[in-house]
Design a binder for this molecule. Sequence first.
Ligand SMILES: C[S@@+](CC[C@H](N)C(=O)[O-])C[C@H]1O[C@@H](n2cnc3c(N)ncnc32)[C@H](O)[C@@H]1O
Length: 243
Amino acid sequence: MATTHFGFKTVDEQEKARHVRSVFDSVAPKYDVMNDLMSAGLHRVWKRYTIDLATPRPGDQVLDIAGGTGDLSLAFARRVGPTGRVVHTDINEAMLREGRSRLLDLGVVLPTMVCDAEKLPFADESFHIVTVAFGLRNMTHKDQALAEMRRVLKPGGKLLVLEFSRVAKPLEKAYDWYSFKVLPLLGRWVAKDEDSYRYLAESIRMHPGQEELRQMMKTAGFGHVDVHNLSAGVVALHMGIKC
Ligand SMILES: C[S@@+](CC[C@H](N)C(=O)[O-])C[C@H]1O[C@@H](n2cnc3c(N)ncnc32)[C@H](O)[C@@H]1O
């Protein structure tokens, strides 16, 4: 059995998928409030930047992978209009359900599908834009997921990967303190789940940095990859073009 990382632990590959599922089953009801709290609302700015860089046009076909509670799906739906289509997907039903009822409350009806990014159930060259926000880090075979994302993009289509990355050196100590001391406490007080927020901090440290992820996207076949550091590298937005 092949092994991989779940945070700082080494686990069987199948065990990782189970652990990731239980993290998101547990945090789903408090996911949105925790996001605002942990990032002081900054995740909204990072996501707006992602949408602006994607430059969706009316009529575009968009796939939101690991879409969770639907922030990106909602923003894309408003930009592609009634002639376009946004497919809101995630491997986790509890996260999708939170997202779906939130979108319905806002009067937005989208196709919502449970699906694994490593085996996308879509035909080749189906989408103009594919996005994955804070999801790639949790995937077991990131290279396979990136190859699938490229496969379902139309030629000239864009993949946007928004993910935690390597913070600038002078901020490292403060960021470590915040991640390993403050985040788990916030998790305990608000989501009643300290371990999931410790996993968040650990998984960020195990995720490839800016340059390594750019190389992975190149290896997956993206002819051109741009990297945008946001908030001093706390987060990076990688945009790959299928050339
Ligand atoms: C931190 S949440 C991000 C949700 C949303 N994109 C956002 O930015 O708010 C990460 C999501 O990745 C999903 N995920 C993890 N592994 C996945 C996989 N293999 N395929 C699809 N989604 C996956 C989780 O279920 C979870 O909903």
